[in-house]
Design a protein around this ligand. Structure first.
Ligand code: CP
Length: 319
């Protein structure tokens, strides 16, 4: 795949904020030939043969966990899916003790999702395996941001200056945080729309805030990026009801028609709450990129695993 040795590998991928534009561009470029592989009858390359990837998901996931599994196996790595609910975690084992146990098995890559922000950073300091953050609390979801950017690059010959309107629960969204950061780093414009209780004021000074869909449509976004309302992260309700949320901030039938008339592209990281942030009909919109985002997740995650360099080979694990 990419032989660009000018961009040194890193041990871990923890967030987008700490990546340089050159590193992001390198990952996006590396993902292109990996995606080409998907059209072949044999979709595997031997790049990570003999390496072990451990998927460690403390929170539910469909897209991220399965696409890391597919990505690792297409690179010929051995993959283990650690099922937290059936592990000694439920007997009270700490996360550090769990990592020590898994390190003793000489795992090369740990892909982790956790409900608490910062856990991947903690683990990265503690292990010689490469750690990939697959989503931590409200903090970061770097591979989602990379696949979103990769998808936009497939749609637009030139992405710089394009306008992306992110709609919904910005406050609880690691996707909004990571994706808005990558968009800003690569020169796109970011707008946000949502209930004032779910759009933190001035968290990112590069984001342009809108109070209503009418205001947001007047900005003429190229892409509308809907977020899921994360009820599981809201101790107290942040708006009166889901019906009210749909009426005021959801992509209703009328707004969907307007978006389609204007040829605006539609994105969503999934999972989708139909009837809340998006009306059913919009799921079959010809300019929806939702399935393309999922497919691109595999190529981008292959690029990430290929780029990272665990130091398990440089030193033996303790003992
Ligand atoms: N986009 C995303 O992270 O989806 P999953 O929760 O299904 O992994």
């Amino acid at each position: 795949m990419s032989d660009d040795k000018r961009i040194p590998s890193r041990k871990d991928l923890l967030d987008i904020a700490s990546l340089s534009v050159e590193e992001i561009e390198h990952l996006l470029k590396t993902a292109i030939p990996f995606k080409e592989l998907f059209k072949r009858s044999v979709k595997k390359v031997p790049a990570l043969r003999g390496k072990t990837v451990l998927n460690l998901f403390y929170e539910p996931s469909t897209r991220t966990s399965s696409s890391f599994e597919v990505a690792a196996s297409r690179l010929s790595a051995d993959v283990t899916n650690f099922t937290v609910s059936q592990s000694s975690v439920v007997k009270g084992e700490s996360i550090i003790d769990t990592i020590d146990t898994l390190q003793a098995m000489r795992t090369d890559y740990i892909v982790i999702r956790h409900g608490a922000a910062g856990i991947p950073n903690l683990i990265a300091k503690h292990t010689r395996a490469s750690v990939v953050n697959a989503g931590d609390g409200f903090h970061a979801h770097p591979t989602q941001a990379l696949l979103d950017m990769f998808t936009l690059r497939e749609v637009f010959p030139e992405t710089s200056g394009k306008k992306v309107l992110i709609v919904g629960d910005i406050l609880h969204s690691r996707v909004a945080r990571s994706t808005s950061t990558i968009l800003h780093k690569l020169g796109l414009q970011v707008g946000v729309l949502g209930p004032s209780t779910l759009v933190p004021p001035a968290r990112h000074d590069f984001m342009r805030g809108f109070r209503t869909w009418d205001e947001a449509f007047a900005w003429q976004p190229d892409v509308v990026y809907l977020l899921r309302v994360q009820l599981e992260r809201q101790g107290e309700p942040f708006f009166p009801s889901l019906g009210e949320y749909h009426r005021v901030y959801g992509l209703t039938t009328d707004r969907y028609r307007r978006l389609a008339d204007e040829g605006t592209w539609l994105m969503h990281p999934g999972p989708v709450n139909r009837g809340v942030e998006i009306v059913d009909d919009a799921m079959t919109y010809e300019r929806s990129l939702i399935n393309q985002q999922v497919e691109n997740g595999i190529a981008v995650r292959m690029a990430v695993l290929y780029w990272l360099l665990p130091d398990t080979e440089l030193r033996n694990p303790k003992g």
